[in-house]
Design a protein around this ligand. Structure first.
Ligand SMILES: [Zn+2]
Length: 49
């Protein structure tokens, strides 16, 4: 089973990415370093709903 999750920039709050997470990770809040177009640099992105 997959669940859809959004990733939002922790700096500006923009939702830049979506992920399909496996059920294995369902209890975890994902944090990934990704490029944010709004900030113009790599920032930490956290899972949103
Ligand atoms: Zn940003």
């Amino acid at each position: 089973m997959l669940r859809k999750a959004g990733l939002a920039c922790t700096v500006c709050g923009s939702r830049n990415y979506t992920l399909n997470l496996s059920s294995v990770a369902k209890e975890k809040r994902v944090e990934v370093k990704k490029f944010c177009r709004t900030c113009g640099k790599h920032t930490l992105h956290k899972e949103t709903r």
